[in-house]
Design a protein around this ligand. Structure first.
Ligand code: PEP
Ligand code: MG
Length: 593
């Protein structure tokens, strides 16, 4: 074991990629674990027995789960054998004792002891020369993860944070960030995660400075150390010297663009008179009044799957009804588009071995709704009831062909009929679809025969067009929002919607970036939905540019080859045209390591 202080004394600057603006000087808190994330906590002497009991119960629960899974295929076959191996680990007294002893002697939480002891075992297995034995480390890691999940017990983690806490993690789950956000952390730094990952969409919504893409971060920083997070420059400074601290000011706020001067009721127009509608994206329930003050015309995208975190699973019909009602009442008369659950099977089948290797291409969105039809019907009923007195529309996620839209519409019609026969009031919401799968772009005409409107989800559209995992930092340089294939796809969808007289709203992160808004305007987009914090900046820019200029700029952009040359060219063209309005050089999504 190396001395933890080895080479970790002086100031150290680590470069990454900024994904949420702002500067913070704070104290690091390192999180571990994949599904349930935790940190090292001290346990008071009087609570040690309870902590050991918590660990023993978790092992018992994990064993029960494994026995159930092992017997599910008749107790035979490979699957059963693997899980029996896992059970043997859970019965290894030497392993269990070491964890208990660590909890007791070092007075630490069970999660920390499990992680430390399992890591020790894993490195022992890895150093074995017998390949067969060596590979057992994978099973052991799996068992460790299962105990950690069982330790969570489906309940909330009891995080307690100081106000200057900077969350450090390899990857941060959106659900962990939601739980942590109630304790008001100061910033987030991770090794991995993309600009459009839900974690960083949330970080921006919560106005938390965030930097990602720092390799070996967890090896370089320790809980309790001072850290500067520079969410403008895309870097962090560990153990900063006094002199360095003087250069950073946590209170520095984004220069607000005329936030005060906005008349929220005024129609937003470009310089050449095109009317533009801005709406807000809402994930976690947050006061919509801030969005309304910035001129938002209702909510363009409400990601209902965030209720899944709040209710720790599928909420009941009444819980959903109440939630939709509350949010619809807040949104102004322009209404709210509620997207049905865009979940993956990994989220729904917690603790069951439903994990998919490739969840983005798996049972997700509408596909999962088809598999879990009863739950989908429950959501539809709640939405129909809430729509009785409120302008609610329904948006279907991950649509790849018009049959899926027809299927959903049939279920909506059936649930309406059931509500009628039960004498329960309901509305008649419009039904739109997310366009985020390339197949949907290419079959847009057919889809538009069924859908009342489209919401263009550029986060997934870019991911699927370019085959780039939006959550994977390793391929972030391939996530090219302005790739010619993306712009062509957007044009196809926008043109088709216009010719059919149907609404097309761009609601991916692209819509909230001043860098991309002129491109979208040039392509013909007139409706945008974005993070509340982007509204003011985008509004201000839109009111100062002309669609005609955007079309001209787009012609120049389309001549540029894909890749860095295109990215740099756009920055140059925009800086020349509108540099006085926005500092395009400093925009997040262009920052490379
Ligand atoms: C998108 O894919 O662009 C989108 C808006 O949906 P989400 O980010 O929730 O996948
Ligand atoms: Mg999407």
């Amino acid at each position: 074991m190396s001395d933890p202080d080895d080479g970790k004394t002086g100031e150290l600057t680590l470069h990454g990629r900024s994904v949420s603006r702002g500067v913070t000087v704070g104290t690091a808190l390192c999180l571990y674990g994949a599904k349930r994330q935790f940190y090292r906590r001290e346990i008071a002497s009087e609570d040690l027995e309870r902590e050991i009991e918590r660990f023993t119960s978790a092992v018992r629960a994990a064993k029960e789960q494994l026995s159930e899974i092992a017997s599910a295929d008749g107790g035979e076959g490979n699957q059963a054998r693997i899980f029996e191996t896992h059970i043997l680990f859970l019965e290894d007294l030497s392993l269990l004792r070491q964890i208990e002893t660590m909890i007791h002697d070092q007075r630490v939480n069970a999660e920390w002891a499990v992680k430390t002891v399992i890591e020790k075992y894993v490195s022992r297995y890895k150093s074995l020369s017998d390949r067969h034995l060596q590979e057992k480390y994978i099973d052991l890691e799996d068992v460790g993860e299962r105990i950690l999940t069982a330790l969570g017990g489906g309940g909330e983690n009891s995080y307690s944070l100081d106000s200057d806490t900077v969350i450090i993690a390899k990857e941060l789950n959106p659900s962990t960030l939601i739980e942590l956000s109630r304790k008001h952390p100061a910033a987030v730094v991770t090794e991995s995660g993309g600009w459009t990952s839900h974690t960083f969409i949330l970080a921006r919504e919560l106005e938390l400075p965030a930097v990602t893409g720092i390799r070996q971060l967890l090896r370089s920083v320790e809980t309790g150390e001072k850290i500067v997070v520079d969410g403008y420059g895309g870097k962090v400074i560990l153990r900063p010297a006094e002199e360095t601290l003087g250069r950073f000011d946590s209170s520095r706020k984004e220069a607000e663009v005329e936030a005060e001067g906005i008349d929220p009721d005024a129609t937003l127009e470009t310089l050449d008179g095109f009317e533009i509608t801005l709406r807000a994206n809402l994930d976690i329930t947050r006061d919509f009044t801030a969005a309304a003050r910035s001129g938002a015309r209702g909510i363009g995208l409400y990601r209902s799957e965030f209720l899944f975190n709040q209710f720790r699973g599928y909420p009941s019909e009444d819980e959903q009804y109440e939630s939709y009602l509350r949010i619809a009442e807040e949104a102004n008369s322009h209404g709210i588009r509620i997207r049905t659950f865009d979940l993956s099977i990994n989220r729904v089948a917690v603790g069951i071995d439903g994990s998919e290797k490739n969840p983005a291409l798996g049972l997700r969105g509408i596909r999962l709704s088809k598999r879990y039809e009863a739950e989908f019907r429950t959501q539809i009923r709640a939405l129909l009831r809430a729509a009785a007195d409120h302008p609610i529309s329904i948006v279907l996620p991950m649509i790849s062909d018009c049959e899926e839209v027809k299927w959903a519409k049939r279920l909506v019609a059936e649930e309406k009929a059931r509500l009628d026969s039960d004498g329960i009031g309901h509305g008649d919401p419009q039904i739109g679809v997310m366009i985020e799968v390339p197949a949907a772009v290419l079959s847009i005409d057919r889809i538009l025969e069924e859908a009342d409107f489209v919401n263009i989800g550029t986060n997934d559209l870019v991911q699927y067009l370019l085959a780039v995992d939006r959550d994977n930092e390793e391929v972030a340089d391939w996530f090219r929002t302005v790739h010619s294939s993306v712009l062509k796809s957007l044009r196809i969808v926008l043109d088709a919607a216009r010719s059919k007289g149907k609404g097309a709203l761009v609601c991916g992160e692209m819509a909230g970036s001043p860098l991309y808004v002129p491109i979208l305007l040039g392509l013909g987009a007139r409706e945008f939905s974005m993070n509340i914090n982007s509204l003011t900046r985008v509004r201000s820019l839109v009111s100062k540019i002309a669609v005609e200029e955007c079309e001209e700029a787009l012609k120049e952009i389309e001549k540029l080859p894909d890749g860095d040359e295109r990215d740099d060219g756009i920055r140059r063209i925009f800086q020349e045209k509108w540099g006085g309005l926005v500092d395009f050089d400093s925009l997040l999504s262009f920052r490379r390591r």
